[in-house]
Design a binder for this molecule. Structure first.
Ligand code: PBG
Length: 326
């Protein structure tokens, strides 16, 4: 035997030298949930360690994250029922608490990169990402609402718009709306291949945004499909997306790989709430070594080809690195 792969694993130094992939803090984006009001830090049952923050406390949380080396944040609003309506009008009301908070965060931490969520569900009395009429989700009628929402977020100072709604043509529509309003520098990270997944459950609890009737299968993708992701990606690229996203991440590593092989745009992956909850639960039960499994999960997403990972693990991962664990 003259070929022995184990020689390249014989010491820590050599293993470090031949390591092919890594997860640096610069590739992580940390999703944060927000509520109206002040002095609020509300736990989310199915997401241990994740909270819904009012902006005063969120500013402190962001400061702590920045100090740990997390520089990008994805912001989601949990909207009170009394502000929800069929047309999601609160989403582009420039004095809504979400847009106010974006202004405050940007003013205090101009160096932080902020991404929004664009979809109707947190603001809609129907709990769907698009406009509902007689049980159907209308596509073209939804686009102007998404456009108005995006422009309002750009005005508030958001760096990246994140359309998560899966309506056809929305990236192009949003791009044009932003450009016409003078926001040609505002980026778009498209939720390109977003699947109708069971792994969004804890997120919908966090935002109280579950559909009031039906499901999201007429707009989110069928988990069985791979080639269709290429089709969505081509459209998003043509329509002017700056980043392409695959969501969820762990059950869709092949789709991440596929997009990375076929497109030149940066690829991001959303390590979603259900994936987070699963690992947390197994860790809490003592069935898995959480502190080893968590970095391994993130690594697998990077190895599949993701340049960027949106993950609820971001802050804890930064703390692990600081403590010298990884
Ligand atoms: C809203 C949206 C969802 C997520 C991000 N944006 C939920 C959904 O589509 O129902 C899920 C994120 C997660 O589960 O962590 N359009």
């Amino acid at each position: 035997m003259h070929i022995r792969p184990r020689r390249n694993r014989k010491s820590e130094v050599i293993r470090n030298m031949v390591r092919e992939t890594g997860v640096s803090l610069t590739c992580l984006m940390y999703p944060l949930f927000m509520v109206d009001g002040s002095k609020k830090k509300i736990a989310i049952n199915s997401m241990p360690g994740i909270y819904r923050w009012s902006v005063d406390l969120l500013l402190k949380e962001i400061e702590e994250c920045l100090r740990l080396g997390i520089q990008s944040f994805v912001l989601f609003p949990a909207v009170e029922d009394r502000y929800k309506d069929k047309m999601a009008t609160y989403s582009y009301n420039s004095s809504n608490f979400y847009l106010e908070a974006i202004r405050q965060i940007k003013k205090r931490f101009p160096e932080a990169c902020l991404m929004s969520d664009v979809a109707m569900d947190p603001y809609s009395s129907d709990g769907h990402d698009g406009l509902v009429h007689e049980g159907k989700i209308l596509n073209d009628e939804t686009l102007p609402i998404l456009g108005a929402m995006s422009v309002a977020q750009a005005e508030a100072g958001i760096d990246i718009i994140g359309p998560s709604d899966m309506m056809d043509g929305r990236v192009g529509f949003i791009r044009q709306s932003l450009d016409e309003a003078g926001f040609s520098e505002t980026s778009i990270m498209s939720y390109t291949a977003k699947y109708a997944s069971a792994f969004y459950g804890p997120f919908r609890e966090a935002l109280d945004s579950a559909p009031k009737s039906g499901d999201k299968k007429t707009y989110q993708m069928d988990p069985a499909n791979r080639v269709e992701a290429l089709r969505e990606a081509s459209l998003d690229e043509d329509e002017g997306a700056d980043f392409l996203m695959v969501k969820p991440a762990l059950c869709y590593l092949d789709v991440i790989y596929l997009l990375k092989q076929n497109f030149e745009l940066p690829i991001s992956a959303y390590n979603v709430s259900g994936e987070f909850a699963m690992l947390k639960a197994a860790g809490e039960k003592g069935w898995i070594q959480y502190e080893r499994a968590m970095p391994e999960m993130l690594l697998s997403i990077r190895r599949a080809g993701a340049d960027i990972i949106l993950t609820y693990f971001a802050k804890e991962y930064a703390e692990l690195i600081k403590a010298g664990h990884t």
